[in-house]
Design a protein around this ligand. Structure first.
Ligand SMILES: *Cc1c(COP(=O)(O)O)cnc(C)c1O
Length: 230
């Protein structure tokens, strides 16, 4: 089942790339495996997926040792500062950096283990009350401050777009995200090249790719609906 789902997702990614005249290699598919058992992750791994996204520290820790060592773990959920130390040597990128204090803690812990952590800045692109993320207005100064930290490298921006019935409604937000990236690069902060865009989920990843997503985070379309009661 997972293998078939993956085929469909990959085909849609390829079509979206074709439509946008982009090379399919410029899009990384992150399989969002939160709440799903390791057996399902292994099925996904066997079908060729190496990038997995989780939103809870404990779940990464539980699954980390049970999965092959070439898995690239992405932290995509809200992260508490006191938990950074547990995943600092386990994830390849933290997508959900939305406060300077969190960025400082990531930098500190990364230095402690002699690495520089790749991070994305989460943007609350539709100014939703319920969402985490830096506001569009605060973003330029925020990026400037975070780029000063020695233990992190700002690679780009991430957003969780509104839940909509018609994915076209989110196109405007994805366009704005790409423009924010362009604007930040025009500031030329520390020569850092901010060119990753983590946006698009099961409901809207093709639209996100058409508008420049480099990382799509797809859960339900690969693993099926999540059952939080289990
Ligand atoms: C759960 C989650 C996803 C995947 O959502 P689906 O709609 O199941 O594809 C993507 N990004 C984040 C941050 C998530 O928490």
């Amino acid at each position: 089942m997972i293998k078939d789902n993956l085929e469909i997702v990959k085909e849609k990614i390829a079509k979206a790339c074709q439509k946008a005249k982009r090379d399919v290699d410029t899009v990384t598919l992150i399989a969002v495996s939160k709440t799903k058992p390791v057996a399902m992750l292994k099925e996904c791994y066997d079908a060729g997926i190496r990038d997995f996204g989780e939103n809870k520290v404990q779940e990464i820790l539980d699954k980390y040792d049970q999965m092959p060592s070439d898995v690239r773990w992405h932290m995509i959920g809200h992260l508490q500062r006191n938990k950074v130390k547990y995943i600092i040597d386990k994830v390849v990128m933290i997508h959900s950096v939305d406060s300077l204090r969190l960025a400082e803690e990531i930098s500190k812990q990364a230095m402690r283990v002699n690495r520089v952590m790749d991070i994305l800045i989460e943007v609350n692109i539709a100014s939703e009350e319920s969402k985490f993320g830096v506001s569009e207005m605060m973003l330029p100064d925020f990026v400037k401050e975070v780029c000063k930290l020695p233990g992190v490298c700002v690679k780009g921006l991430m957003t969780v777009a509104p839940y909509v019935d018609n994915s076209e409604e989110n196109r405007q937000h994805f366009v704005k995200m790409r423009q924010l990236c362009v604007d930040i690069n025009a500031q030329n902060i520390d020569n850092e090249n901010i060119n990753m865009l983590s946006m698009g989920m099961s409901g809207d990843y093709t639209v996100a790719i058409e508008e420049g997503a480099t990382h799509v985070r797809v859960g339900t379309s690969i693993f099926g609906e999540r059952n939080y009661l289990i």
